[in-house]
Design a protein around this ligand. Structure first.
Ligand code: MLT
Length: 263
């Protein structure tokens, strides 16, 4: 059930598994759909799980030099068209997948049944953050993905994951190392120019589940709790024994939350 789908402007790899309401799983940076492997396996009994590789990642085609969060959101709407999915979907995005969710809500709200926002942020980048992204772009285009893996991995996982589930860290390291450098650079430039979406939160009129690993260093619990409190229909849940990659680090708790929340 892995297909390369022509969405008009480009082609995206997508894993499409199960039947039922559509659960669209949108991966973080610089990863691919495989970060959702446990969700695909366990949730496809209840949902039609659609897990694409975003433009420039995994098996999808690469566009240069930049892909904005809005372009990613439009790609996803085109993907739903190409898969003939007309009913509203449950959009579940992690981190960069959440940045894309804001744009999907802005442009394609009628296609949304609910939002599930995992380990993500509504704020834009500070000047220092945007500068760090530009530095990564310069370096990633000159060198290889090694330094990206080395700089990102320490921030992605809870300490207990490093100790007790090193295989998860290794799987994510492998995904990062095989990412296309041009795709990584393009998404990084898109993230650097994204805007602060805090003002959008009070307008989100969809049921929203906000999920945060208790040890998330990139989108920490205080920040996500306050983000959730600004969204009228949001419910907030913290995932123990997990950092930024909560759906991988503690998949059972995340899956239970999704199953309980999404009807
Ligand atoms: C992600 O996990 O997608 C990244 O941490 C997002 C970011 O770089 O802001």
């Amino acid at each position: 059930m892995m297909n390369k789908v022509d969405i008009g402007e480009t082609k995206l790899w997508v894993q499409d598994q199960g039947t039922g309401p559509v659960l669209l799983l949108v991966h973080g940076f610089p990863l691919d759909h495989s970060m959702w492997n446990v969700q695909i396996e366990k949730l496809s009994g209840r949902f039609r799980v659609v897990a694409p590789d975003l433009r420039g990642f995994g098996g999808s085609d690469v566009s240069e030099p930049k892909v904005t969060m809005e372009q990613f959101a439009d790609d996803l709407a085109r993907l739903l068209d190409a898969l003939d999915i007309r009913t509203p979907v449950h959009f579940c995005g992690l981190s960069m997948g959440g940045y894309i969710a804001w744009q999907f809500f802005r442009k394609h709200a009628t296609r949304l049944a609910s939002l599930i926002l995992c380990d993500t942020r509504a704020g834009g980048d500070t000047v220092a953050m945007a500068r760090a992204r530009h530095m990564m772009v310069g370096r990633v285009l000159r060198e290889n993905m090694e330094f990206v893996a080395e700089s990102m991995l320490p921030k992605l996982f809870a300490e207990i994951t490093w100790r007790h589930q090193p295989e998860i860290v290794e799987a994510i390291r492998r995904t990062i190392l095989k990412a296309d450098r041009r795709g990584v650079a393009a998404a990084q430039l898109g993230m650097a120019e994204r805007t602060d979406e805090t003002g959008l939160l009070e307008h989100i009129d969809k049921p929203t589940l906000v999920i945060c690993g208790t040890e998330d260093q990139i989108s920490p619990p205080e920040e996500m709790r306050s983000m959730a409190s600004a969204i009228p229909l949001a419910r907030y849940i913290e995932i123990p024994l997990a950092g930024h990659m909560a759906p991988l680090e503690n998949p059972d708790t995340v899956n239970e939350a999704i199953l309980e929340y999404v009807i």
